[in-house]
Design a protein around this ligand. Sequence first.
Ligand code: ZN
Length: 384
Amino acid sequence: MKCLINGTIVLKDRLMTESMIVFDDVIREIVPADATRTDLEYIDAKGRLIAPGLIDVHSHGCVGEDATTSDAEGIRKMCQSVATDGVTSWLPTLMTYPLESLGASFDMLRDLRTESQGDPAAWNGAEILGVNMEGPFISKAKKGAHLEEYIIPPDADFVLSYADLIRLITIAPELEGAMDLIKKLTATTETRVAVGHTAIGYEEALEAFDAGVTEVTHLFNAMNGIHHRNPGLVGAALTRKDVYCELIADTFHINKGLFQLVADCKKDRLVLITDSMRAAGLPDGDYDLGGQQVHKEGIHCLLADGTIAGSVLRLNQAVYNLYTYTDLSLPEAVACASLHPAQAIGVDARKGSIEVGKDADLILIDEDLHIYRTMMRGVTIYEQ
Ligand SMILES: [Zn+2]
């Protein structure tokens, strides 16, 4: 049995000092610090913060790889790369692509999920919780960086045949057959449905939420904005307390001046995501995203026509940005990238916070969200 000692524990609602975490693959005890027990292998946290592993439910790629097109080696490389950001589990997120290609990727990712949920030392990267299917059932009018030629109306049979793998799917409710699929998925599967890349208005958004939609994909982006006489999807998302909202808190996709407003409105339904593409972790230059060329310069990723195309944000940086530009406490900011995403996709019985009985997904950080060590199910998968 291992034990993390000499750190401040970031619980879901407060900081805890003078305590230690006893764990194997699962957290077994959180007890007063005691360096005299002989049954434990002590790990010195060196005064750092001990936080829950971060969870990214919307990330397309990084370090030159892309969940939509990479092979198994590339997916493994991503799982190792995100671990350096403190991410211990995530949803590889697939762009709009022909269903045949998506199906082949899903088959591969299903095998990789099994592998990632096996021996953590052998996998040596973040766990794959399933996939996030962002396209192709989206609105051409709000396609963002998705290729229009592959956008199609919902194919219920295809989605249902992969419902064991798809933890999250984005659907534009205005498409033919979309509302039927939303109802079917939420009534009969574990798949959570988000709305996004959509032109729906306020009333239609409320209808979609009532039909079972629980999340809004990258709030403010790829949807109509808020207006006081036309509140739109943004107005519905901010005011419906039960709905999770994804936020790309890179200060470019959303001005940092709005972070506080979103945090105040959404509270424990705010989910930080990266929406990162393959250029994350790489130098400025030109990269591919879903079949289109993207130019990366600093934190900006743009198509040739100026359309914003994914981000190069890392999830620990997103937490840092939210913590810095709002009045949220550190536990509250961390929860937006751990407990809330776990709850949003229904894995919070096992993931998302430091509690007895949950997986020992633990990271050592400081207040700048610098990552010193990442542990997945009790095994160190990254150490600075
Ligand atoms: Zn998107």
